[in-house]
Design a protein around this ligand. Structure first.
Ligand code: GRG
Length: 304
């Protein structure tokens, strides 16, 4: 890596991630205090504070700093994005969606609090995300705050996450999912929110329109990269586990990148997406771009 990308040298990425995640975790804890009605706030906090890599909020803060903004300007946006992400996971796990029992290593929200409370906890987090962004953003003019709110709203709605989810659900068990449809699902379910995080960070950090469009392209690439790598890991983990229990990729007939392009094809595509993301960062100061550069590599080379 360092030979291919010398600009990755001399930056303590692990320390950076730990410090930013701690900052985000403390701020989330404060943003959703335990208060009456206890049940709903407990359920919201249960999923929001259950760990998670905090990739989206860290991307948001890194993007703000890339364009020269103080991190505090994008903190409310970073938290809002994580609230939206968490609510989408709570709803995704419900029996009427994916019906999952475990999330972030713990029983899912509805398993602990019941379906009714889990739906409401998701709704409340979605609403709080926008309230928090609108009322807790500091040091930024109203035009930029409105722009950030609008980015997040469009990433979530019927042309964003919800679009990805409905097309995904409608495709279940069907054999007609080609590369175009697979890309549509992933761009909407995953890349849109990453895009809102990165673009929102740049907008609140004071970025000009050229800078904002550059980071948008970066985010679109790493958003899709995230999913392509997820699909690759499913296959590679499955083959490691073969002989014990076959991984889900081998058992399900769900379309994935390795299934549609072959494992080598999927790896090549991941490499191209990483290269596109890195190219966009080439237009910024290398030192300031180091965190986003490392984040792209982290997404490309993660092992889980
Ligand atoms: C957003 C209004 C609204 C409704 C939700 C259920 C739904 C519509 C959308 C599903 C979205 C979904 C579950 C997308 C998958 C996203 C994804 C890649 C999750 C894993 O993200 P990580 O690895 O997880 O960052 P952690 O736990 O580390 O945060």
């Amino acid at each position: 890596n360092f030979i291919q990308f010398p600009m990755l040298k001399g930056f303590e990425f692990d320390t950076y991630m730990t410090e930013k995640a701690t900052l985000v975790n403390n701020a989330l804890e404060e943003a959703v205090p335990l208060q009456e009605p206890l049940k709903i706030h407990e359920a919201m906090r249960y999923s929001l504070l259950a760990g998670g890599k905090r990739v989206r909020p860290i991307l948001c803060l890194a993007s703000c700093e890339l364009v020269g903004g103080a991190e505090s300007r994008a903190m409310a946006m970073a938290l809002a994005v994580e609230m939206v992400h968490t609510m989408s996971l709570i709803h995704d796990d419900l029996p009427c969606m994916d019906n999952d029992d475990l999330r972030r290593g713990k029983p899912t929200n509805h398993k602990v609090y019941g379906d009714d409370t889990a739906v409401l906890a998701g709704d409340a987090l979605l609403s709080l995300a926008f309230e928090h962004l609108a009322t807790r953003t500091i040091g930024v003019g109203p035009d930029r705050v409105v722009q950030a709110i609008s980015e997040l709203a469009s990433a979530v709605g019927s042309l964003g996450l919800v679009a990805g989810q409905i097309v995904d659900i409608s495709s279940e068990g069907k054999q007609d999912v080609d590369l175009n449809k697979l890309e549509y699902i992933h761009v909407h379910k995953t890349a849109k929110l990453l895009e809102a995080a990165v673009v929102g960070g740049a907008v609140l950090g004071g970025g000009n329109s050229d800078e904002v469009e550059r980071v948008r392209k970066y985010a679109r690439s790493i958003g899709l990269l995230f999913q392509v790598v997820d699909d690759i890991l499913d296959v590679t983990k499955s083959s490691e586990e073969l002989g014990k229990t076959a991984g889900k990729d081998l058992l399900s007939d769900k379309a994935t990148y390795p299934k549609l392009m072959g494992l080598d094809g999927a790896k090549k595509f991941a490499g191209e997406l990483l290269a596109t993301a890195v190219e966009e960062l080439g237009f910024f100061d290398a030192g300031r771009a180091a965190p986003l550069h490392h984040l792209a590599h982290y997404i490309a080379y993660r092992q889980n």
